[in-house]
Write a protein that binds this ligand. Structure first.
Ligand code: PGA
Length: 244
């Protein structure tokens, strides 16, 4: 497990975005996943500004969904798809077949899972996945003590329900999420876990200390050779110790 401690959120975002650009330069036909939460917003901004100016060939990349709130699609402000549309997809020239996303509002969610499973299976594995970490250590919507393999519909934990309103401009009553499963995440060829801000310090510390267990989903990553952690000083426990 490699860890990059960055001095602030801006540097963290730039480093992860540069890592994605490097991936595209090495393998233009990559399958890439970027989480639709708050943490990667700076990465999306950097990519929006630099993919064109740095003449990166993104004509063959495919972006595949990490997760989505059941009941929501790109029309709802705060949905994962809307966040990625707004942050990146709408700012560059992608064709519709370059974006494969869960439609959380689809009538048949099983078909949504199968659609995403097939793309990953055809590609063998995701080339690069950029993850945030939930306050309870969840990855995508793989909540504590839920075991998934491939794309799945899962019940949201109370922790997730408590924090979810930060994403929306109206109050939401959401109960389920649709998410990539552990196999798809853990078999990704490169895994980037991002953490920023002091509110992520204790869960990052716990992830590093605890035994690997589904009770803290992010702990499943820690002995994975593909993992690189990008963390800012506020989220880094060493920083917390120094200050106390
Ligand atoms: P955040 O979400 O980036 O909005 O903090 C992380 C997560 O819940 O996985």
């Amino acid at each position: 497990m490699k860890e990059h401690v960055c001095s602030n959120y801006c540097e963290l975002s730039k480093k992860v975005a540069e890592r994605i650009i490097e991936q595209l330069r090495t393998k233009p036909k990559s399958l890439i996943t970027i989480a639709g939460g708050e943490t990667p917003l700076g990465v999306l901004k950097y990519l929006s500004e630099h993919l064109v100016s740095e003449d990166v060939d993104y004509s063959q990349v495919k972006f595949i969904s990490l997760d989505e709130w059941v009941g929501l699609d790109s029309n709802t402000y705060g949905s994962c798809r809307q966040t990625l549309n707004d942050g990146l997809f709408n700012n560059i020239n992608l064709t519709s077949d370059q974006i494969i996303f869960f439609d959380g509002n689809a009538e048949n969610l099983t078909l949504e899972c199968e659609k995403v499973d097939k793309i990953i299976c055809d590609h063998e594995a995701i080339d690069l996945i950029v993850l945030g970490i939930g306050m309870n250590g969840h990855l995508g919507f793989n909540e504590p003590n839920i075991v998934t393999t491939n794309a799945s519909i899962v019940k949201l934990s109370d922790v997730t329900k408590n924090v979810m309103n930060k994403y929306f401009n109206e109050s939401m009553e959401l109960t389920h999420g649709i998410t990539l499963g552990y196999n798809q995440i853990l078999q990704s060829k490169k895994i980037i876990l991002m953490a920023s801000g002091s509110n992520k310090r204790s869960i990052m510390d716990e992830m590093k200390r605890v035994k690997v267990s589904y009770s803290l989903p992010a702990s499943l990553l820690k002995y994975n050779d593909a993992l690189e952690i990008y963390i800012d000083e506020e989220a880094n426990i060493e920083n917390g110790k120094d200050q106390s």
